[in-house]
Design a binder for this molecule. Structure first.
Ligand code: SAH
Length: 217
């Protein structure tokens, strides 16, 4: 069962979580504000009530995880979001990252390849508060050509290589943030599509994500 109440105690735990994330180097106030606002315990079973505010990943079923808050904050900061941007997220999972992005005032298009996780989000009441998030069941490698182009693409699963179709769906000047690599550890990358179509590559820290897998399940 999901919890349905957000107490002062939870808000206090979130404050501590935000301080922890800040001390690890996240400085974008809009990101920190969003983490402070979003009741992460709602995204997990009520058994995780307090644990939800530890800076850790947790299982969400189907062998998948809700990302660590620090990782969510790190990717969100790299996106350099501006209000009303169109953001494509690959790997909805628990929808926590999608809600953090929505709190930052952008329009979110998020794709999940696992039917069970996609269906679970349909029954998740908190998400009704976020009409700016659109949920899709499909293979993230295909992106969403109908809704392209996007200002930003965020991949929240480990991509063995840069998915070309997603680069094609970026606006000129747009950015993609992804953990790149096929092993247990990946390199966080930010790719900027320059006006002439060339890609500028920036390399950041190492992380460990579940793999981005081809096809639907
Ligand atoms: N953003 C999520 C993180 C979930 S973990 C959160 O905040 O909880 C990564 C997710 O990516 C998993 O749910 C996994 O099923 C999904 N995934 C993996 N490959 C995918 C693909 N090709 N297309 C869409 N989703 C994919």
């Amino acid at each position: 069962m999901r919890p349905t109440e957000d107490h002062y105690r939870h808000k206090g735990l979130r404050k501590k979580l935000v301080q922890g994330i800040q001390s690890k180097g996240i400085s974008d106030e809009r990101v920190l504000d969003a983490i402070l606002e979003v009741p992460r315990h709602y995204f997990l079973d009520s058994a995780f009530d307090e644990l939800a505010y530890e800076d850790r990943a947790f299982p969400i079923g189907e062998g998948q995880t809700i990302s660590q808050p620090y990782t969510v904050a790190y990717q969100s900061q790299l996106l350099e979001l501006k209000p009303f941007m169109k953001v494509l997220e690959i790997g909805t999972g628990s929808a926590y990252q999608a809600v953090v992005l929505a709190e930052m005032g952008v329009q979110v298009y998020t794709i999940e390849r696992q039917k069970k996780l996609f269906e679970a989000n349909k029954k998740f009441d908190l998400l009704k508060k976020y009409p700016t998030i659109k949920f899709f069941y499909g293979d993230g490698y295909e992106g969403l050509p109908t809704y392209a182009p996007f200002d930003r693409v965020l991949i929240t699963a480990a991509a063995p290589e840069v998915p070309q179709k997603l680069i094609d769906q970026l606006k000129p000047g747009g950015m993609m943030v992804l953990p790149l690599g096929s092993g247990d550890i990946q390199q966080m990358m930010r790719l900027t599509k320059l006006e002439n179509g060339a890609l500028k590559e920036e390399v950041f820290d190492h992380f460990s994500f579940v793999p981005m897998i081809v096809g639907k399940k």
